[in-house]
Design a binder for this molecule. Structure first.
Ligand SMILES: [Zn+2]
Ligand SMILES: [Zn+2]
Length: 490
């Protein structure tokens, strides 16, 4: 039926239809807190829609309304102050991977304060659980979202000029994980508050669970992998249907106030390797009587570069860097052994495993050509697969971000993949997931230093947006799936 026809017609059916839509929106208004004034156009256009279009609009209006509630909460000054205070307390007490004891206790206390249940995972990991319908008994619920923050700091001496510097000299939150924890705690507080105040309609909240994973040892310790192998996580019920993570991104292409992600690989896979080259040492004046490990190892260094330049497609990408080369002690002795270490990176999971094999094969072949014995090992806990975003999860996150960050053209960005790695990749291998950037480059306040720099300085104004984004992603996914009676993305 066209709108023109509707305006001309005075039939009973039309009056009934009109009454139905007004009744529906009155119901929606009371149930979901819709702002009728904002949706006048939606009401008019509803008359022209098919029933499935109407259903979709209802759903998306419901989602929008819920996320808008969250964005109102993030604007509360006291909320922002609390997140900044959390971040600063964590910033003062940075802890390296596997040593996040103060950090873990701090997060647990906050969760207790918010009355959110949690389990310790391993020494310092934490898995908290919140049922949106208030029924938090384990095993109850049918659909779940996992939100993740990392906890560890880096072995750096802080050079940033802040009023709350690291008191643990030699350790620094130079990757902003202190901010990530503050954001996730903020999301927990937002969602728990909404549950307690009954702000999530029953049909959106029923059987819906949010997990908050505070994960240690991201900076090379594969804490995510360990956490996923734990009993607490293996026995999660319901199993998460999706996982979400944010990393602050202090680079000019993502200024503060923006959100970026992409579908497919967003971060490279990374492996740390060690190559031990064994020859036969002896007097430096008679090399023909020895087996020269240094010449052999030097050939391995250059030979490995051909994996990238000659064996990898120009459309694909691999990085092989030898970062240390240690051999010998004195000028007149040829050593028995040389040890090389380095990093391997690639964006595609297939290319990454191929390059690992190729590296071992090439180093061994070059070694035997020189009469040396070569041993190549990848530190297994340090091999991070590429972080591959699920296309549906990435699109969903972008839709949520348009509401949380505002729908201006340049706030929600499609970003390029990067060569650093993240152990969120282990979550992404387990569940359809999305890793995203929360822009944090801000020239005005000097937040311009890269991640892992001793001068790194986090723009704290992004914390509230990060909290809202975490909460928005979880709530929108769960409510949407519930309204569709589904367990995956639309
Ligand atoms: Zn880092
Ligand atoms: Zn990081």
């Amino acid at each position: 039926m066209t709108r023109a026809f509707f305006l001309r017609s005075n039939s009973l059916a039309t009056i009934f239809r009109r009454f139905f839509f007004f009744f529906f929106f009155f119901f929606a208004h009371t149930c979901l807190g819709f702002q009728l004034d904002d949706h006048d156009e939606d009401i008019t256009s509803l008359y022209e829609m098919t029933s499935s279009q109407q259903k979709n609009l209802t759903r998306s209006t419901a989602m929008k309304s819920l996320i808008e509630k969250i964005t109102l909460l993030k604007r509360m000054e006291s909320f922002e102050e609390e997140l900044i205070e959390i971040r600063r307390q964590l910033h003062r007490r940075p802890e390296l991977m596997h040593e996040e004891y103060f950090t873990s206790d701090f997060v647990k206390k906050k969760l207790e304060e918010y009355a959110i249940e949690f389990n310790a995972v391993g020494e310092t990991g934490i898995l908290a659980r919140l049922a949106l319908d208030g029924d938090n008994e384990k095993g109850k619920g049918k659909i779940a979202v996992l939100l993740r923050a990392d906890m560890d700091a880096l072995p750096l001496r802080e050079e940033a000029r802040v009023e709350f510097p690291s008191e643990n000299v030699g350790a620094m939150h130079a990757c902003g994980h202190d901010g990530h924890m503050a954001m996730l705690l903020g999301a927990a507080k937002i969602l728990k508050g909404m549950v307690d105040r009954g702000e999530i309609p029953n049909d959106c909240a029923k059987d819906a669970v949010v997990y908050f994973a505070f994960q240690p040892a991201e900076e090379g310790g594969a804490g995510a992998k360990k956490m996923l192998e734990s009993k607490a996580m293996r026995e999660m019920l319901p199993v998460p249907a999706t996982a979400f993570a944010l990393h602050n991104w202090p680079y000019p292409e993502t200024p503060s106030g923006t959100f970026g992600t992409r579908s497919g690989t967003i971060m490279a896979g990374a492996g740390t390797f060690e190559i031990i080259v064994k020859g036969r040492g002896g007097h430096a004046a008679v090399p023909h009587k020895n087996v020269d490990t240094i010449v052999c190892a030097a050939n391995i260094v250059t030979g490995l570069q051909t994996i990238v330049s000659r064996k990898t497609s120009a459309l694909d990408s691999v990085v092989i860097t030898i970062s240390t080369f240690n051999a010998g002690t004195v000028a007149n002795v040829m050593p028995d052994e040389a040890i090389l270490t380095g990093t391997l990176r690639s964006l595609q999971p297939k290319t990454f495993s191929w390059a690992m094999e190729e590296l071992s094969k090439a180093a061994n072949a070059l070694g035997s050509a020189h009469g040396c014995v070569v041993d190549v090992s990848f530190a297994s806990r340090e091999v991070y697969p590429p972080t591959v975003n699920d296309a549906r999860a990435a699109n969903f996150a972008k839709e949520v971000a348009k509401i949380v960050f505002g729908a201006a053209l340049d706030t929600v960005l499609d970003v390029d993949p990067v060569m650093p790695a993240e152990d969120f990749s282990f979550f992404a291998n387990e569940y359809p997931s999305v890793m995203s950037w929360i822009g944090s480059y801000n020239k005005q306040i000097g937040a311009v230093h890269p991640l892992h720099s001793a001068k790194y300085y986090l723009d704290e104004s992004i914390l509230k947006d990060g909290a809202a984004m975490h909460a928005g992603y979880a709530l929108a996914f769960l409510a949407d799936a519930n309204l569709r009676n589904a367990t995956t993305f639309a």
